[in-house]
Each structure stands twice: as C-alpha cells, then as structure tokens.
Design a binder for this molecule. Structure first.
Ligand code: 6PG
Length: 241
C-alpha cells in the first residue's frame, strides 16, 4: 500500500484541504457526469460539512455532486447518532445539493432489507468493477481502535466480503450499522482518510509505519486497486510520527 500522508496545522486546515479536493474533483468531472462521493459520519467530518455549506456555496457546482454514505447507524434520521442527520444539519439542509443527488442509507429501516436496497441502488447508480460499485471518492474516518466505516477490529471479514453493503454491529455498543464493505471502498478511484486528534496518534503511527500490529486494524486494509490511500491528518494525530 502506498500511503500519501499530508499533515495540516489543525482541524480547520485539514477540512479545507478535503473541501478543496472535492472542488477540484467536481471541476474535473465532465458536465454530463456526476462526482460520486461516499461520506462517513462521526465527529471528524462535521467541520468539513459546515465549511462546504458556508464557504463553497457557489464555488462548487452541487448539481454535479452525488452524496452516498460509507456507513449509517441504525437509528432514525433525526436521531443525534444518525450520520445522515449530522450531514443534513451541518450542510445539506442549506439545500445546496439537489434532493435527488442525496442517497442516504435509511437507518430507520430493517437493517438487512436496507442493506439489500442499498446494494441494488449502488448497482443501478454507479459503474461496477469486478462486481462491486465504483465511487469517485470515498471519505473515511478512523476510530481510536483502528476501525473504519463500520468495520471493526474484532471481525475483519467485512474487508473482503462478497457483499458490497453489509449489516454489522458496533461491538462496544451493540448498535446495528449498515456499511460499505472493504471491497467496495477499495474499488474507489480515490480514498481519503481524515484523521484529527491526539487520541488517534498511536494507531496512525502503526499504520503509517506499517508495523506488524497494524494488520489488526481495518483501516490498514484499505487502499485503491492501484494501492493508494491518502491520509489527511492534523498535527496532533501526527504527533508520534
Ligand atoms: C461512524 C463512522 C466511523 C467514523 C470513525 C471515526 O459512523 O462512526 O463513519 O467509521 O468515521 O468512527 O469517528 P470520529 O470522527 O467520531 O472519531
């Protein structure tokens, strides 16, 4: 795996770099095509979403950008835990992105049925390669335990699953999750991890330095078909490097 590491001063600068990347990719997308983006939840991307809503209102042509989700917690969209809900509050409610470009995972539905619906949706909306959908850009976070999407260190089988979208359980809270699997994420043209905060520094170091222990972490198994993974991190997350 070829890790492309970029270290930024703080969360604002890290978020800005990702916002600029989205802008650049939208500009490079032909006018009759979409930029198909899969976004993560959690706390890290909130500032990015706020920034996109406040500062990229007109400089990105939102009609060309389609939003899909990397994972979703199985709760109502209005629940404080909802990944869609967070993105909606921070950004999408400003209606910059046309409603028909928003493809949320429905956390309120029966998870197995919803995963099946989302698999079919991705099959219908995205190009495919070796049976898995192809996103233009997947934005990931990483948990303090090295998890990414809703693939946790206790069970790495979803890295290489025959399914493109699966149901999983957060082993710490038992909350059900719907998640893209590793093969789907790895099929993307570009994969960007956004990682901020000192509490991620130890695991980040193990992954970047390719320590043997890193194989326990789902995040270490993520890279594009060409073998690339971009890490946009802040100084505190990079403090042990
Ligand atoms: C989720 C996520 C998850 C997240 C990491 C990091 O639904 O929880 O999509 O994979 O990216 O847990 O979360 P934080 O940004 O909150 O640290």
């Amino acid at each position: 795996m070829q890790i492309n590491l970029q270290i930024f001063e703080n969360t604002v600068a890290t978020s800005r770099a990702v916002a600029e990347l989205i802008k650049e990719k939208e500009k490079a997308t032909p006018s009759d095509k979409f930029l198909n983006l899969a976004v993560s939840g959690g706390t890290t991307p909130r500032m990015l979403f706020e920034m996109l809503g406040n500062e990229y209102e007109t400089s990105i042509n939102w009609k060309k950008v389609r939003f899909f989700w990397v994972d979703e917690r199985c709760v109502e969209p209005t629940d404080a835990e909802s990944n869609f809900g967070m993105t909606y509050d921070a950004f999408l409610q400003k209606t910059l992105v046309p409603g028909e470009n928003i493809y949320r995972m429905r956390g309120e539905e029966i998870p197995e049925f919803e995963a099946e619906r989302y698999r079919a949706l991705l099959r219908g909306e995205l190009p495919a390669l070796v049976g898995y959908p192809v996103f233009d850009l997947v934005l990931l976070g990483m948990g303090n335990d090295g998890h990414t999407a809703s693939i946790f260190p206790n069970d790495l089988s979803l890295i290489d699953s025959e399914l493109s979208v699966a149901v999983n359980v957060n082993p710490y809270t038992q909350q059900k999750r719907i998640t893209l699997t590793g093969n789907t994420i790895n099929n993307a043209h570009q994969i960007v991890f956004m990682i901020t905060g000192e509490n991620k520094s130890k695991i980040l170091k193990e992954i970047i330095q390719k320590k043997p222990t890193a194989t326990n972490y789902p995040a270490a198994h993520i890279s594009t078909v060409k073998g690339n993974a971009d890490f946009f991190v802040d100084k505190t997350a990079a403090s042990l490097l």
